[in-house]
Design a protein around this ligand. Structure first.
Ligand code: ATP
Length: 596
């Protein structure tokens, strides 16, 4: 496909705010793309160049792109920087500026009949993989050549791809809907496509298989080592006793609930890779866990699911989540591995010696896991007690609290208790200490805007506008503005932290009532944990908007608790969960929750 054709689809996607229209445009795009470029078309549409787990980083900061533009256009960097300030964005400037073609560029890029999608991808991959001394020079040279080969509109989108500011308004789910529409004229295949995507985490691969082998081919997509599987998620209930009715099996496994970081470990012979909740490769952060998995798992190949917690082995005590955050670093990793020791609490086995275990029942998976895991200070099977009544679950829960844990995760032991990638399943239900006191759970919300600060806060932000994710519509809907709970330091740092994601208008996937529009807009990127007193109906917020009543659901008295860097915007609390929490609140007395 010509890159200019793809650009015309991008323009159409940006012109509409209707998810249905986007789905149709994406279906048409799927039809136009070929087997050889459909994967790239998908990555570019989502503003990336490869699946997230592939660790492909262009390494192009704004400064580098400015330098490349200056060199290629023959202007000086200072003038370019000034222009960027005037034009507002680097991509707008890149579209405006003239970049003459030079014969020497032929070594970097083939342009006989205009740029093809593969040419752009190939150039961007060369930029990403340039390493060692002289790599910056090479990156700038390839980018300059690519921009010189492009026309005005192409330059606009190439610069957005290069600077990570693409965000067309079509999210992953809309893209999957588009793929379903392309082959069936409806969204009927979305669940199959979603399951395949959650199993392999590569939307380009799913699209490619769909193109080549149709939906039956997609159904055959299996787990593979070194491609993360979306973690299975837990449901919540209003009362502990409800767990017994919701989980249909007679026997319920009440597992210890840890407050750490979800990590999926892939063991491939002696090589071990660790993936985060966002499916990014975080192997480098936990050399101790890598070694523990390598030596403590008696299998040639395996995929484990579990939680890494900060742990004081001497005292046998679990440390707060904040401790673990010290391990989130690129540098001084070894030093911190000693000062903040961790333990990997493994609770599931998804793959063993060449075979997926996801279709096996929970008791079977656990039995296999027990067989292959040799416990050590750094690696342990999660604690678990099989229960048959709410009383027994409560006992397990209270015993966990005494040992400094957060609560229980109750899991079905039924014969059909399969591992459901990415699904918030009723097979797994969490019960945390906060719920016990009749308190509302925290929400994980996405920042999409901010109001200007007044008085003591003038010059900074007064509050941030937060949204939940509506999975069905693939949009973000507002729930509250949060101005309290931030430390002075955090509040001061907010403008700088959010600046790279600033937009000059409402982000296209966000639904906001006019009266709630903030002064500043941000593309959905940061997830924050927020605590409130209760969920109420409100005319100001769009979450679960009821057109008849002209009200949505809002969080009252929200306060910031912590950043959730391990969550992607689509992993924020969903509108559906908020609706359920609203119903579960019922007449229950809600009290102001304690801070963690
Ligand atoms: P969610 O994961 O439901 O989106 P969250 O990230 O705020 O929400 P919690 O509400 O604290 O997390 O609880 C669910 C999480 O608990 C799981 O995603 C997992 O990371 C963690 N967890 C801890 N112990 C277990 C366990 N034994 N089994 C499954 N998950 C566990």
């Amino acid at each position: 496909m010509k890159f200019s054709t793809l650009v015309s689809f991008f323009e159409r996607l940006e012109e509409t705010a209707s998810q249905n229209e986007m789905t149709e445009i994406l279906a048409e795009l799927f039809g136009k793309a070929s087997e050889s470029d459909i994967d790239i078309v998908c990555y570019f549409t989502l503003g990336t160049i490869a699946p997230g787990y592939a660790k492909v980083d262009l390494g192009l900061g704004e400064k580098t792109v400015i330098a490349a533009l200056a060199r290629a256009s023959g202007r000086d960097e200072e003038a370019i920087s000034r222009w960027v300030r005037d034009r507002g964005t680097l991509s707008a400037l890149a579209a405006d500026i003239e970049i003459p073609w030079k014969e020497e560029y032929r070594d970097s890029i083939a342009v006989e009949n205009g740029l093809r999608v593969e040419d752009v991808h190939d150039a961007l991959m060369r930029i990403a993989t340039a390493s060692g001394s002289g790599s910056m020079k090479k990156k700038k040279a390839v980018l300059g050549a690519l921009l010189a080969a492009a026309d005005e509109k192409e330059r606009y989108y190439i610069t957005r791809l290069a600077t990570g500011t693409m965000r067309l308004g079509a999210g992953e789910r809309t893209l999957l809907d588009g793929m379903s529409h392309a082959v069936s004229g409806s969204k009927e295949h979305r669940p199959v496509l979603e399951h395949a995507y959650y199993t392999c985490s590569d939307i380009g691969h799913v699209a490619n298989i769909l193109k080549r082998s149709g939906i039956s081919g997609v159904k055959r997509i299996r787990v593979s080592l070194n491609r993360p599987i979306r973690p299975m998620l837990t449901q919540r209930v209003g009362e502990l006793a409800e767990i017994v009715g919701k989980i249909s099996s007679e026997r319920i496994a009440a597992e210890e609930k840890y407050d750490g970081e979800r990590i999926e470990a892939h063991k491939d012979g002696d090589a071990v890779r660790l993936f985060s909740r966002r499916l990014t490769d975080i192997t480098g952060q936990f050399p101790d866990v890598v070694e523990a998995v390598r030596s403590g798992i008696a299998a040639t190949t395996a995929i484990l699911d579990g939680e890494v917690v900060a742990y004081n082995a001497g005292g046998g005590t679990y440390q707060p989540f904040q401790q673990l955050m010290h391990r989130r670093r690129k540098y001084h990793v070894k030093e911190y591995a000693e000062t903040v020791p961790v333990r990997y609490m493994v609770f599931d086995l998804l793959y063993l010696d060449g075979n997926s275990k996801m279709c096996f029942s929970y008791p079977e998976r656990r039995a296999h896991l027990k067989e292959i895991l040799t416990p050590s200070e750094l690696l342990t099977l999660s604690g678990m007690k099989v229960c048959t009544s709410a009383e027994e679950i409560r006992d397990a829960f209270l015993s966990n609290l005494k040992r400094g844990l957060e609560g229980v995760i109750c899991k079905s032991c039924a014969t059909d208790s399969m591992y459901e990638p990415g699904n918030r399943s009723w097979q797994w239900i969490k019960w945390k200490k906060e719920y016990e006191n009749g308190l509302t759970d925290t929400l994980d919300l996405v920042i999409i805007g901010a109001t200007a600060g007044k008085g003591r806060r003038s010059g900074g932000f007064g509050s941030v506008l937060c949204a939940a994710y509506n999975e069905e519509e693939d949009v973000f809907q507002t729930v509250c503005g949060v101005g309290t709970g931030f430390s002075d330091e955090e509040l001061e740092g907010l403008p700088e932290k959010l600046e790279p994601h600033t937009l000059d208008r409402k982000p296209s996937r966000c639904q906001v009532r006019n009266r709630t529009e903030p002064e500043f807009w941000f593309s959905p990127e940061y997830v924050v944990e927020v605590l409130g007193s209760e969920i109420t109906k409100s005319p100001a917020h769009t979450c679960n908007w009821d057109e008849g009543e002209k009200r949505g659901l809002a969080l009252r008295f929200p306060r910031f608790i912590r950043w959730r860097p391990e969550k992607s915007p689509e992993q924020a609390t969903t509108a559906e969960e908020i609706a359920r929490m609203y119903r579960q609140q019922g007449n229950r007395e809600t009290r102001w929750p304690r801070r963690r």
